[in-house]
Design a protein around this ligand. Structure first.
Ligand SMILES: Nc1c(C(=O)O)ncn1[C@@H]1O[C@H](COP(=O)(O)O)[C@@H](O)[C@H]1O
Length: 161
């Protein structure tokens, strides 16, 4: 089965990025999580990005906060799709992370998700949807998840006002 890489700039990002991991687990998608920083471990970033394909990854989820150059720098080194997760920062509440990730120059793409845990969860969902193009079992699990979600919302929406 295709693997998903979850990388993050710091261990402090894990509570957010864990939401991506949980989503992938719920669909039975194999993943590996690790810390890689464009700023603090630049050589590891280059090695990780250049070997991602031979390591069997088909999607990379990259989360970082503040000056969040990680997703863009990974995308610069590989053609594998990169999903960028802006982690909420303490100073600017994640607006800095979002703007750092989303404003890529034409020709190098990062698919940017929303700030924080919901965005990270959706990165896991989107990565699973990409994997599902080749994996019928994952496709079935995603369809079942969406149907159950719709049923729950409809059931909970019966308010007596
Ligand atoms: N934005 C980046 C990068 C990068 O983009 O390469 N490396 C670390 N960081 C971010 O710095 C924040 C604070 O990190 P610490 O909590 O370790 O001080 C984290 O949100 C991390 O993603």
């Amino acid at each position: 089965m295709a693997k998903v890489a979850i990388v993050m700039g710091s261990t402090s990002d894990w509570p957010t990025m864990q939401k991506a991991a949980e989503m992938l687990e719920s669909f039975g998608v194999e993943y590996k999580a690790q810390v890689v920083s464009a700023h603090r471990t630049p050589e590891l970033l280059t090695e990780f990005s250049k070997t991602a394909e031979t390591e069997g990854y088909s999607v990379i989820i990259a989360g970082a906060g503040g000056a969040a150059h990680l997703p863009g720098m990974i995308a610069a080194h590989t053609h594998i799709p990169v999903l960028g997760c802006p982690v909420r920062s303490s100073q600017l509440n994640g607006i800095d992370s979002l703007l750092s990730i989303v404003q890529m120059p034409k020709g190098v793409a990062v698919g940017t998700l929303a700030i924080g845990e919901a965005g990270a969860a959706n990165a896991g969902l989107l990565a699973a949807q990409i994997v599902a193009l080749q994996e019928p079992a994952v496709r079935d699990a995603i369809i079942a998840f969406r149907e159950k979600q719709t049923e729950t919302v409809l059931a909970n929406g019966q308010l007596e006002l």
